[in-house]
Design a protein around this ligand. Sequence first.
Ligand code: TMP
Length: 221
Amino acid sequence: MPRGFFVTFEGLDGSGKTTQLKRLALWMQRRGLMPVMTRQPGGTSTGDRIRELLLDSRGRSLAPMAEMAMMFADRAQAIAEVIEPALAAGKTVLCDRFTDSTEAYQGGGRGLGSEAVLTMHRVICGGLQPDLTLLLLPSLESSLERARRRNERVAAQSGKDEGRFEGEQDAFFRRVWAKYREIAQRDAGRVVCIAGDLTIDEVHEQVVEAVAMRITEASRV
Ligand code: TMP
């Protein structure tokens, strides 16, 4: 059984990556391909509990190192429970965020640096790397506006508080943004960066183009 294909979506809060992941899943399903969809933090019952701790804005005092360790605890569980079994069964996995998020947010945003994140990645995730990463980078301003509006809506509708990161200052997100760009340049073979304020359809076209090309090359969906 050929191993499955591992695709991750990355970007700032409000970059539209979750919408694009769902559009891609639909595109694949219409072609008879049944991807496994998951997200980080979350995606397992342990991960959902870690997500609550990480995103609740009452957790402001969480130390950056604790935050990074919790991101990796969530990831270790997701790899063991969801990602590895699916890839071993030859399935395509679409994952909303992976280690690039930790490098951008904790490494860049919190200032822990790439080396600390990549060292933890080696230990916790072994050799697991995405086959393809779709990095969505609309302008910083439009991402933040969308993320903050969405959070207010979700909090009003469900009472769920997931606003801890969106509550950060713009300078934090500028550092996250810069780190994402650095990752895209460093890992240009893996990361396809879709930049600019494009429509949902325009981004979807570029996502499909990148995925179709890689999947044909690997011919293993
Ligand atoms: P989401 O809303 O896209 O699911 O992301 C949840 C938040 O968690 C988002 O603000 C980014 C943050 N995050 C990190 O800071 N580090 C990580 O490793 C991951 C996976 C997410």
